[in-house]
Design a protein around this ligand. Structure first.
Ligand code: HEM
Ligand code: HEM
Length: 149
């Protein structure tokens, strides 16, 4: 392995692509759901393709498990080494915080009985989803800018 890259907290290719696949699946399935939801009134109603949206959520749930595994893989080594290197702490920490919010609000979407609570969880979840994409672009983009690779 190239020593400079090793020192810079380089992520092995398979881990990176596993993460990108999981996040792409989450953003695509969540994003298409959001496009229907917001363009057709922002409240579940009969004009929405309800069974298609349910299937999207089934796919989303599968990618959510993959996303949790992919993030877990980063905790053991990457986060610890990255923190000690003092680089990209801000965007790295926001990735972690947003993952916790996504998992927490995702659980609330499953189990909240109360309608108002579910609506709040849904909004927080969608905002955190958009934030996750932004943080990842900043986190990885910074590396591309500083190393050119
Ligand atoms: C406090 C937490 C974190 C810190 C301090 C941190 C730090 C870093 C640093 C310094 C780099 C640049 C590596 C290089 O130049 O080769 C990097 C890259 C990267 N980080 Fe993090 N990171 C953190 C959390 C995370 C998390 C939670 C994830 C994913 C869930 C993640 C995913 C990545 C990816 C995909 C890259 C690009 C690596 C590559 O293309 O080789 N990081 N991080
Ligand atoms: C670790 C990441 C994530 C986890 C664990 C997760 C988990 C979940 C869970 C459990 C649900 C409920 C599924 C259902 O009602 O059948 C859900 C719904 C949803 N997720 Fe995610 N998700 C994640 C990331 C994302 C991302 C990145 C987006 C970005 C667009 C997103 C957008 C949505 C949307 C729009 C819904 C539907 C909300 C609703 O029913 O009101 N999720 N997610």
């Amino acid at each position: 392995m190239n020593i400079t890259r090793h020192k810079r907290n380089h992520v092995p290719g398979w881990q990176r692509w596993f993460l990108y696949t999981a996040i792409s699946g989450l953003i695509l399935s969540g994003g298409i759901w959001m496009a229907y939801y917001w363009s057709l009134g922002g409240e579940m109603n009969e004009s929405m393709p309800l069974s298609f949206m349910r299937n999207l959520m089934m796919i989303h749930g599968i990618f959510a498990y993959l996303g949790a595994i992919a993030t877990g893989i980063f905790l053991n080594h990457h986060v610890v080494t990255g923190w000690r290197s003092r680089q990209q702490r801000g965007s790295g920490s926001s990735l972690l915080i947003l993952f916790v919010i996504l998992v927490g609000s995702g659980l609330m979407l499953y189990y909240a009985g109360d309608d108002d609570l579910r609506r709040l969880a849904s909004l927080a979840h969608q905002l955190a989803g958009a934030g996750l994409l932004l943080s990842l672009v900043i986190h990885v983009g910074k590396r591309l800018i500083t190393t050119g690779r």
